[in-house]
Design a protein around this ligand. Structure first.
Ligand code: PLP
Length: 401
């Protein structure tokens, strides 16, 4: 099965995108985004986490302030809040979209609430209409985590500008891949008051090692190459060099993780150029992802109703991550892998139950269920009919009584 193995993600970069590394690059991210988010300030950051860090540093927040956010989340995001002395208040998610459920906000809010951090998880738009109304009523800041959400629309518009701030991430596992980098989006009346974030990140030739490693990783993730290159390499590391495997492909929670603002390579002009090239075909990319997801869904017949989420409930999902809900996602992962289908259970975690956040533990049953039941499967435009068939077959096997 080695050569036929499908990666669970592909950014669908072409050699021309990689050649952008040699181009001088566009000067501003605004140019790269080509009119999207045009009412906002777009500032480059080394990663998406840095964008959140920079926002929190300058926003009117003080230690002890409470931040409401979905429990089903990316643990390092919660860690950033904790390191800034803020208090995470976990809110449960909607089971159909995996995004923060506004029904639960009133019960979790308090006199100390200062901000809602809403994540467009899997590229599914969250219920921004209700969440932003809640923030307006209570005078709370709103920050959007758009790490998965380039091309995700709400009311026909790119998400990321409804709140006061937003983060985007351009790592190798994202729909826009510039071999690292992130973006802080500032909107609303105070946007101009924010200073351009500066991080004492690595510089000099050493700082090129990181994008270079990502370049190799990204090329190795190309469908068609993955089964012959990165996949066997990662398997070798998993059996012989487990600590290197964890660094290269962190799969699980690390309670020791600490955000280090100086720990990553800086955003470079070539990254903006890579983003510009990919943004110009973002609509086609999203259409291809949605078609691939639909191809898998249609092959499941009536069984799809049992396992399909509702990604478009509050707008239009970019289908950058495709999650299905299985009665036994661990068994589903095993069957998919046996068919050479890359996938991941526990792609995101119920942070309200993680040991490092025990001081803020909460009861969020839908988040607990999502961690257990959601399996992430491939959804990229280059999935062929036979790939879609293979994925559907593995899922149907999982559903057999
Ligand atoms: C939901 C979510 N938020 C934030 C981030 C942070 O992005 P970065 O890795 O660029 O810091 C990620 C990264 O995977 C993510 O999945």
């Amino acid at each position: 099965m080695v050569g036929r193995t499908l990666p669970r993600h592909s950014s669908e970069l072409t050699w021309r995108d990689y050649l952008a590394i040699l181009a001088p690059g566009v000067a501003h991210l605004e140019e790269a985004w080509q009119g999207r988010l045009e009412q906002s300030r777009l500032l480059p950051t080394p990663t998406g986490r840095h964008a959140l860090w920079a926002f929190l540093e300058q926003a009117p927040l003080k230690p002890g302030d409470e931040i409401l956010l979905a429990a089903y989340n990316f643990p390092p995001v919660v860690q950033v809040l904790v390191q800034r002395g803020l208090v995470p208040v976990f809110v449960d998610i909607e089971p159909q979209t995996l995004t923060l459920d506004p029904d639960h906000l009133p019960a979790r809010a308090s006199q100390r609430s200062r901000m809602v951090l809403v994540t467009h998880m899997f590229g599914h738009p969250a219920d921004l209409t209700r969440i932003s109304a809640f923030c307006r009523d209570r005078n709370l800041l709103l920050f959007e985590d758009c790490a998965h959400a380039p091309g995700t629309l709400q009311k026909g518009t790119q998400v990321g500008s409804v709140g006061d701030g937003a983060l985007f991430s351009f790592g190798v596992y994202k729909i826009l891949n510039s071999l690292g980098g992130g973006m802080l989006v500032l909107s609303g009346p105070d946007a101009d008051r924010f200073a351009v974030p500066r991080f004492s990140v690595r510089s000099g030739p050493g700082s090129l090692v990181e994008p270079l490693a990502r370049l190799l990783f990204s090329i190795g993730s190309t469908p068609g190459l993955f089964g012959w290159t990165l996949h066997p390499f990662l398997r070798f590391c998993q059996s012989r060099l487990p600590s290197l495997a964890r660094t290269l492909d962190p799969t699980d929670n690390d309670p020791e993780y600490r955000f280090d603002p100086a720990g990553r390579a800086p955003f470079r002009p070539f990254m903006a150029e890579m983003i510009r090239r990919q943004v110009s075909r973002l609509e086609a990319n999203v259409a291809g992802r949605r078609a691939a997801a639909e191809g898998i869904r249609s092959r499941l017949g009536k069984r799809a109703e049992q396992i399909w989420l509702h990604p478009d409930r509050h707008g239009r999902s970019n289908a950058s991550y495709l999650g299905v809900r299985l009665p036994d996602a661990a068994e589903g992962a095993r069957l998919c892998r046996a068919q050479g289908v890359g996938c991941r259970q526990r792609e995101y975690l119920d942070c309200s139950r993680l040991p490092q956040f025990a001081a803020w533990a909460a009861d969020c049953p839908e988040s607990t269920r999502a961690e257990k039941e959601i399996l992430r499967i491939p959804s990229y435009p280059s999935l062929s009919d036979s790939d879609q068939e293979r994925i559907a077959r593995a899922l149907l096997q999982t559903l057999q009584p």
